[in-house]
Design a protein around this ligand. Structure first.
Ligand SMILES: *Cc1c(COP(=O)(O)O)cnc(C)c1O
Length: 233
């Protein structure tokens, strides 16, 4: 992180400029990549300056934590789009459906079933569409990591549609920490293309420019904007 960028708003501006530069380098349309500002572990007062600077798309990794700050921020700012980027438990599905605009971490049958049930209920009660959904893909096939295996992704997208009536809009991945991310980003983009899915969420503070170069429609950037996290997420 650059030392001369003192405030979160300054760092936001820097990240946005770097995204636009990478789009330009890659010959992509300006604005082809949406920045998801990852505000996990930061409280509402730390988030407000970033909202004041115009950022509207945010990511949180815990339902409970998001519930503590975003309803209040939504009262004060128009047009917020909130993404769940962390693992979802089925007993939190109802709350997640009501709170998030995009759930990026659909990763197993039980969650698909719970989301289908809760989205149905939500639509009936509110006449709103409910959250957009992405599948998390475990591109590195890491045993400890959430996500559908690459070779099971096409089948799972089909089951979401045919068994659960869920439309999957795209894919997300978190590459292994100890490997260059490029091949993982390329794989995710290729899979999304083959499946005809329009949304590709990949790239974090350390590698979002690579992700933009390889076709990300969304990058999820936390510490490069908000600073080092006060505690592990
Ligand atoms: C925390 C987190 C990020 C952001 O990480 P930074 O390295 O702080 O940019 C992105 N994606 C997911 C899924 C996360 O949990």
């Amino acid at each position: 992180m650059k030392q001369d960028l003192q405030s979160a708003a300054d760092r936001l501006e820097d990240v946005l400029a770097r995204i636009r530069a990478a789009e330009h380098l890659a010959g992509r349309r300006e604005g082809a990549t949406t920045l998801v500002a990852v505000s996990k572990t930061f409280d509402a007062d730390a988030i407000r300056p970033v909202l004041d600077a115009g950022q509207r798309v945010f990511g949180e990794n815990r339902v409970q934590e998001a519930a503590g700050k975003w309803p209040g921020l939504r009262d004060d700012y128009e047009g917020i789009e909130l993404h769940l980027i962390g693992p979802l438990q089925s007993n939190k599905a109802r709350e997640a459906v009501a709170m998030f605009d995009v759930i990026e971490s659909v990763d197993r049958e039980k969650i698909a079933a719970a989301l289908a049930r809760e989205i149905d209920r939500f639509r009936t009660e509110t006449t709103e569409a409910g959250p957009r959904l992405l599948l998390q893909v475990n591109t590195g096939a890491e045993p400890q990591k959430a996500g559908v295996l690459p070779q099971e992704t096409a089948g799972f997208v089909a089951r979401c549609r045919d068994v659960h009536g869920l439309r999957i809009e795209g894919l997300m991945c978190i590459p292994p920490f100890d490997e260059p991310p490029g091949p993982h980003f390329a794989l995710l983009a290729k899979m999304a293309g083959e499946l005809g899915l329009e949304t590709i969420s990949m790239g974090m503070s350390g590698d979002f420019e690579d992700a933009v170069m390889l076709g990300a429609t969304h990058v999820r950037v936390g510490s490069a904007i908000f600073g080092e996290r006060p505690r592990p997420a």
